[in-house]
Design a protein around this ligand. Structure first.
Ligand code: CDP
Ligand code: CDP
Length: 222
């Protein structure tokens, strides 16, 4: 069977990373979490303590080496050899990542790396612009979504399970705000590619969605 490129896009909390990781394991594909790459740039910028400056952040993004090391339950992320798996998920990074990801030169640097990571095929890549910009010729494009209420409930459950204190209404407002920023930005906004299949997972469990995607990959990889 051919090893294809699978592009999975959609808003925050739709289940992209959970499902892409599971499907990649079953298929023996690489899983690339492009959101983790933009989060890594935001993390590196916050480490410097400098005020927000597009040119400065663009410069940082061009010299960063981002690496993934997938393990059974987690996908470890490294920036220039330092592990940032947890550090890129803090509220501080989440609050600023969409502003960082709206910078054109940052996107160019990340898209370059993403294309190199996926060029040989056998990859599931998740993000916001994979089917529209990074791999417009991907053999399979999925737009994964769910209602904002359901996505907020999922994130809430995940954070509570980790012992984090969080307010559900605030979380929902933050997710809605980030979706708005991602959808309305000038460069590579979050949108469904014309040839992407829409999967609304509001009432679907993780294994059901994963099975559906595995079935689609098998069809397209013939
Ligand atoms: O996991 P979560 O849904 O919270 O978001 P993420 O996938 O980690 O992505 C974090 C942010 O990175 C998004 O809100 C976007 O602003 C940005 N991003 C992007 O602009 N393009 C991508 N291909 C992936 C993420
Ligand atoms: O990557 P993205 O932001 O799209 O979402 P995620 O981080 O994969 O999923 C957010 C949370 O929703 C995780 O805790 C998943 O376990 C959960 N989830 C779910 O409950 N049902 C689904 N169909 C998909 C994800």
């Amino acid at each position: 069977m051919k090893k294809i490129v699978v592009a999975i896009d959609g808003p925050a909390g739709a289940g992209k990373s959970t499902i892409a990781k599971l499907a990649a394991e079953k298929l023996g594909y690489a899983y690339i979490d492009t959101g983790a790459m933009y989060r890594s740039v935001a993390w590196k910028f916050l480490q410097t303590g400098k005020p927000f400056d597009e040119d400065f952040i663009s410069g940082l993004s061009k010299t960063m080496l981002i690496d993934f090391k997938p393990e059974a339950k987690i996908n470890r992320v490294f920036v220039d050899g330092t592990e940032v798996t947890d550090a890129i998920r803090t509220p501080e990074v989440t609050a600023i990542v969409s502003r960082v990801a709206a910078i054109g030169a940052v996107r160019e640097a990340m898209v370059d790396q993403q294309r190199r990571m996926g060029e040989a095929g056998g990859v599931l890549m998740d993000g916001r612009d994979i089917g529209t910009v990074v791999f417009p010729n991907a053999q399979l494009k999925i737009f994964l979504t769910a209602s904002v209420e359901e996505r907020a409930r999922r994130r809430y459950a995940e954070m509570v399970a980790k012992g984090q204190q969080v307010d559900l209404q605030q979380l929902q407002a933050d997710i809605a705000e980030r979706d708005k920023q991602d959808s309305e930005r000038a460069i590579s906004p979050l949108r469904q590619a014309e040839d992407a299949l829409l999967l609304d997972t509001s009432d679907m469990g993780i294994s059901e969605v994963t099975e559906r995607i595995l079935q689609l990959v098998q069809e397209r990889a013939q």
